[in-house]
Design a protein around this ligand. Structure first.
Ligand SMILES: [Zn+2]
Length: 106
């Protein structure tokens, strides 16, 4: 019974991380790309597929869990224009520098 509780706690933890990521994605809106100078919101990129994740969860809970953890930990934000994970906040010193470099008004 104790291992069962452990799985429930892990699932809860994954859910919290997931919700936190969703929240973070929608609250920070101004970013600038180091690569191409694109200004705007970042794009979230998740490796793997939701279908495989679902199948693994249906078949066996443990591989599903491992796959979900892998997807959550390898998730990253990228530039919608050039797909490189080089977006930085616009209000950071480097971000301000880039705004000047690309001639974008704040
Ligand atoms: Zn870019």
């Amino acid at each position: 019974m104790e291992s069962f509780m452990g799985i429930f706690m892990l699932v809860g933890l994954i859910l919290i991380i997931f919700l936190y990521n969703v929240y973070k994605c929608y609250t920070e809106e101004e970013w600038i790309c180091l690569n191409c100078g694109f200004r705007g919101n970042r794009k979230k990129i998740t490796k793997g597929s939701s279908l495989i994740e679902l199948i693994l969860w249906i078949c066996l809970i443990v591989p599903g869990l491992i796959y979900s953890i892998w997807r959550i930990t390898t998730k990253f934000f990228a530039c919608p224009k050039c797909n490189t994970p080089n977006m930085i906040p616009i209000d950071s010193p480097k971000g301000k520098e880039l705004l000047q470099k690309y001639g974008i008004k704040e």
